[in-house]
Every structure is written in C-alpha cells, then in structure tokens.
Design a protein around this ligand. Structure first.
Ligand SMILES: NC(=O)C1=CN([C@@H]2O[C@H](COP(=O)(O)OP(=O)(O)OC[C@H]3O[C@@H](n4cnc5c(N)ncnc54)[C@H](O)[C@@H]3O)[C@@H](O)[C@H]2O)[C@@H](O)CC1
Ligand SMILES: [K+]
Length: 494
C-alpha cells in the first residue's frame, strides 16, 4: 500500500488529498456504525494518525461529539497538516476511558507498523480490550502487520476496518483477518493503473485471478475432453479417504475418475463405488502398465494411502511419465526423510506437481521454513514452492497457494465448518479434477481451494466431509454465474 501511495503521488495524485479521501471514508463508516453518542479517536504520530485526526475533524464538523487522544506529536508532513486542521487540543492517553464512548476509532498504526506496540500505544490498546469498546480501525487494527497478518505485541479486536485501494495480506491472513472484523475497501482515488506498475505477486484468491483458465461448459463436450483422474486407495481398512477424494474429483469436473487399489482393497472399494471406476494396482510394475494409457492424466496420491515406500515409488513413476500429481497426507509424509528426492522430482517436472500440506505436514518437509511463522504464510508457502519446484497449498483457515515463480494467493472463502476430518481429502480430489482438465497447477489449486470453501459455506454448521462433494456442483454454478458462464440447457426451460 505504501508503494501504491508513492506511485499515486508520482502519477500526479496528491498524498494529502488521498488522506482527506481516506478520512472521509472513515468518518462515513463511523457515522453509520454509531449514528449517535460520543466518539473517541486514537491517533498515532504517522499518516494513520493523520487519517484519524482528519476523520475526527470531519465528524466534529457534522456536529458529532468527538474527543481525540494522541500518544505523541505528529511526525509526517501529511499527518502534521492534518493535526493543524484540528481546532482543539488533543488529550493525553491517560484520560481515555473506553466505556465513555459509543465508538472508538483506532488510528494508531497502519501500514507503517514496524515493531511491537509499546508505551502509551500499547496501553491504549490494552484499555480497548478491557473496556470491550466498539472499535473501528483505520486501515488495520493497530498492531496487525499488513504484510503478514501477525500481531506485533498487541492489537485491538475491531468490529470493522476501513482500508483503502486494495486489501492487504494482513486483512486475509490470520490472526489479522479475525481482528479486522468486517473489512470495507474505500476508493480514495488511487488509479488502478498503479497495480500494473507495482506488479504485485500476492493476490486474494478470487475469480479474476484465474477465470481465464476456467473450462467453459460447451455444447460438444465429451467425457474424455474433461480428463481422466486417478486416485490411489489405501489398504482394505483405509479406503474412505481415497473415496472422498475420488467423489470430489468427479463432482469437481473430471470426465472420468478411476480408483487404483491393491488386490486386498478391491472388494471393499467395489462394494462402495458406482460412477468411480476401479482397477487393481499392486506395485510400481502394474502402475507402469496403467501409465501406458495416455488418457490417465492427473493422479491423487496420499489420502489414507499408508505405505511410504510405495508412495515414493508411485510418485516418481507418475511424474517421470509426465503426468500431473497431487501429493497429499501420507503421500507428503512419505517424503519426510527423503525431502531432497521430492524436491528433485519437482525441479525436473515443472508445472506438474501440487503439494497440499497442513501446517504439521509442511513442518515435516520444510522444518527450517516452518520455524519462522512470524514471516507469514505467503512467505513460507513461496519459499517452499521455490525449493520444491511444486505448487504448494499451505492449508488452514487462511489457505495460501504459492507457485515456484513467486506468485501467492490467499484464500478468503474458508469457514470453520471445514475443520473436520476428511475435508482435506476432498480438496485433493478437487485439485485433481482441475489438473485433469489441463488447468495449470497454480490456477488448478486456486480454483479448487475457492470451490472447496464455497461448497462448505453452502452447507454451514454440522458439515462433514461426505457432504462436500455433493455441494461442489452448487459452488461451480455460483462460480459460473460470477464469471458469466452458462451450462448449455441449464437451468431447463419449459
Ligand atoms: N501516504 C498517503 O498518502 C496515504 C496514507 N494513508 C495512511 O497512512 C498509513 C501509513 O502511514 P505511515 O507510513 O506514516 O505509517 P503509520 O502511521 O502506520 O506509522 C507511523 C510511523 O510510526 C513508526 N512506527 C512503526 N511501528 C511503530 C511502533 N510499534 N511503535 C512506535 N512507532 C512505530 C514508523 O516510523 C512509522 O512510519 C496507512 O496505514 C493509511 O492509514 C492513507 O491515508 C492513504 C493515503
Ligand atoms: K489502525
């Protein structure tokens, strides 16, 4: 954002007019949140504080009762100018009692936060927490890093946050995302062309990022045009996870899905599978025979799989046969003591491998990167992608998808309803479906993660993994309607 401000100024924008627009947006939001009653404004010494001081000024001009509390004197030119526009003296932080106000505007620190809050600023935030005040944060809750979403020292729980131009990673990454409350983005006149100049590499995972890669439904589609995904079953008492992945691959849009199972797991799978086909695969020799069928183009290996030795051998055979591979769960853990082998496979098979670790699995493969959580999930996922040559989906309530070329997308469709056994298996299958449709791995993973979250939200409380594949069609319909696509003949006409 600081870069965007600078660019906007260079392109002829005036930074003080940006601050005025930002402050006006904050004042409007404050009025809407608390139409009556006294308002406290906490203003820091930089431009975030400048926004706050000007917002206070605008609110007072509208007849609102406003008291301003500042832990120090303004430093920046814009902030100083804003302060000079404020008619009355600000009060010392000690006089601030949150319980006296209908709303508190938090403008202590924003994008310029560099170190943990201390002194008077930390004390103000502490009182906010104690007083259970309603908080409107400017740009970010003070103390939340805009880059990583991490809390530096302490930060208030905002009911709402007004940010400017575009959301920052800290609005999407936890714990920042939760501390922001409801985020609104105000247009303060920074031209969109600024983005072309900044060339950002971190994105919100939304359809505009990948809609050009989506397969549009066509009149003449046939199943082989939509790819043939393969999911590996675990042993006879561990087949459920793979079936979840297989159902998700089919619902997610693969034309055909086949389960590969060892002889011992054939009967149990046969008893459960209908549209998903079943073939026997006992060892890497039989897998090589199957790989002679060039139509099998995307593989999912790991959910409930078991054998680590077999997982490594299968992964190598699939990638060496130049097929796309999603490595999940046991497929990832299989490389725990053989990470270099996995990275070599990734490096020599560019754009074919997707890894879908949760934080525990991630730490097994990338222990040194996982040891620096303060650098944030986009940093961690990016480093892992660069090292492994794979697209890395670092799962969680704020899943990050990163590519070896440095792109990273932060997902915002997640829901706590997904925190239940088996949902990761469904996600692996959804990625497989996109890969089967020849969508490149970064976009394949982004689309799958987006759909997975939307499908879960459609169900809401009480969701279990078995529900998810059945909800994917509705999530796809929603996506198609967002993108203006339509399935020929649907919805049916009279
Ligand atoms: N420049 C502009 O024209 C615009 C700026 N805007 C506002 O400006 C903000 C960024 O302003 P600044 O870059 O001045 O940064 P902040 O106001 O966030 O912080 C001010 C300064 O405090 C110091 N600091 C950082 N962490 C600290 C800590 N923990 N304790 C004590 N001091 C600390 C740093 O030197 C930092 O530059 C945005 O968040 C947004 O609110 C918006 O008004 C949009 C337009
Ligand atoms: K703030």
């Amino acid at each position: 954002m600081a870069q965007a401000d600078e660019m906007a100024a260079k392109l002829g924008g005036c930074s003080y007019s940006l601050m005025q627009a930002a402050a006006a947006a904050v004042a409007n939001r404050a009025d809407a949140m608390a139409p009556s009653g006294p308002i406290a404004v906490l203003a820091g010494t930089g431009n975030n504080g400048g926004d706050a001081v000007l917002a206070a000024h605008y609110l007072r001009a509208r007849g609102r009762s406003v008291r301003l509390f500042m832990p120090g004197a303004a430093k920046g030119d814009d902030a100083g100018r804003a302060m000079s526009e404020w008619a009355s003296q600000s009060e010392s932080p000690e006089a601030f009692l949150p319980g006296e106000f209908a709303l508190v505007i938090d403008g202590l620190f924003g994008a310029g936060l560099q170190r943990p809050l201390d002194g008077a600023a930390a004390e103000l935030v502490r009182r906010l927490g104690e007083g259970k005040a309603r908080v409107l944060s400017i740009d970010l809750p003070s103390g939340v890093s805009g880059e990583t979403g991490q809390v530096l020292g302490s930060a208030p729980q905002a009911e709402a946050t007004v940010t400017f131009f575009r959301r920052k990673p800290g609005h999407l990454l936890q714990p920042g995302a939760a501390l922001c409350g409801k985020v609104t983005v105000a247009d303060i006149g920074i031209p969109a062309t600024v983005l072309h100049q900044i060339q950002p590499q971190t994105f919100a995972n939304q359809p505009p990022l990948w809609r050009h890669r989506l397969l549009k439904p066509g009149e003449a589609d046939h199943k082989y045009a939509r790819g043939h995904a393969v999911v590996f079953s675990g042993g006879p008492s561990h087949t459920g996870a793979a079936r979840l992945a297989a159902m998700a691959a089919l619902r997610g849009g693969a034309g055909l899905v086949t389960m590969f199972a060892a002889g011992s797991a054939m009967a149990v799978n046969a008893a459960h599978l209908t549209a998903v086909m079943l073939r026997r695969c006992d060892d890497v020799g039989q897998l090589a025979d199957h790989l002679a069928d060039g139509r099998l183009n995307a593989f999912v290996l790991g959910p409930g799989f078991g054998s680590a030795d077999k997982a490594r051998a299968y992964a190598a055979a699939i990638l060496e046969a130049r097929r796309a591979l999603v490595l999940d769960a046991d497929g990832l853990t299989a490389f725990r003591d053989h990470a270099a082998d996995l990275f070599l496979l990734g490096a020599t098979n560019a754009a074919r491998l997707v890894l879908t670790p949760h934080m525990g699995e991630f730490a097994r493969l990338f222990p040194d990167i996982a040891a620096e959580p303060e650098r944030g999930k986009p940093y961690m996922a990016r480093m892992a992608a660069a090292r492994s040559g794979a697209v890395v989906v670092l799962k969680g309530s704020d899943t990050v998808i990163a590519a070896p070329d440095g792109r990273a997308a932060i997902n915002a469709t997640g829901t706590p309803a997904l925190a239940t056994a088996g949902t990761g298996d469904v996600l692996a299958g959804l990625v497989g479906a996109q890969l089967a449709n020849d969508v490149p791995p970064f976009e394949a993973a982004c689309i799958a993660v987006w759909l997975h979250g939307v499908a879960a939200r459609l169900y809401g409380p009480g969701l279990i993994a078995e529900d998810l594949p059945g909800l994917v069609p509705q999530a796809i319909a929603r996506l198609h309607s967002l993108c203006g696509f339509s399935l020929p003949g649907w919805p049916p006409q009279e």
